[in-house]
Ligand binder design. Structure first.
Ligand SMILES: [Zn+2]
Length: 218
């Protein structure tokens, strides 16, 4: 896996020199590979914010990667209208709409960072404030774990893996609902997991229609 090696070596060097211009030659020395510009293009496609100059210099602008390009497809005006229309021009989280002075946005129900698709079935209406809140919550979860978890075939497997990934931590029911992908069976799934495995997954609090669960692991 030479390619993988060069990529991580390049990123490692970039991260130690954020904002500094580094020449292709330097990366050739570090990686022993010749195709540095191509590797840098790949890294950029993966979401690394790398600026490139015509004279063979590159610099990394931020140590954090953005979500990969190409997956998040732009939403057309027609799609946007249909999403709002299907949701009766109201935010699906707080219930307020344009008439209440809210600005509506189209949200990916399963975030793109977690492998959610850019298609109508994964869109919903959120007001700007609820969308900002959701973004903050999405960023607080490790994308790799969430992406892998969401790829599991059954609701039970996804929920059990979620609790295994975050033992002794409070997990809000909206997270459980989201990884259940619309299945209304998630509460029963928790009971099934409890019965099958003996894992102590219990509700710890309930407020304003939102409940919080926790896996009490010894
Ligand atoms: Zn809202």
């Amino acid at each position: 896996m030479k390619k993988q090696g060069s990529k991580s070596l390049i990123i490692e060097h970039f991260k130690k020199h954020i904002g500094e211009w580094v020449h292709n030659q330097k990366f050739r020395e570090i990686t022993g590979a010749n195709d540095v510009p191509r590797t840098i293009r790949t890294l950029r496609q993966e979401g690394w914010q790398i600026e490139t100059r015509g004279d063979g210099y590159h610099r990394l602008l931020d140590k954090e990667k953005l979500p990969p390009k190409g997956i998040r497809k732009a939403i057309s005006r027609k799609e946007r209208y249909l999403v709002f229309h299907n949701d009766s021009f109201r935010c699906m989280a707080c219930g307020f709409g344009v008439n209440d002075g809210k600005k509506l946005t189209v949200d990916h129900i399963i975030p793109v960072e977690w492998g959610g698709l850019s298609e109508m079935s994964n869109y919903q209406t959120l007001c700007e404030e609820c969308n900002a809140g959701k973004q903050a919550w999405v960023k607080s979860n490790p994308p790799d774990v969430m992406k892998q978890l969401l790829s599991l075939p059954t609701v039970d497997a996804r929920i059990e893996t979620l609790f295994d990934a975050f033992p002794n931590q409070e997990i809000p029911s909206n997270t459980i609902q989201l990884i259940s992908k619309g299945s209304l069976d998630w509460q029963r799934a928790i009971r099934r997991i409890r019965q099958k495995t003996g894992k102590k997954i219990l509700p710890v609090s309930r407020a304003l229609g939102k409940s919080i669960y926790q896996y009490f692991k010894a």
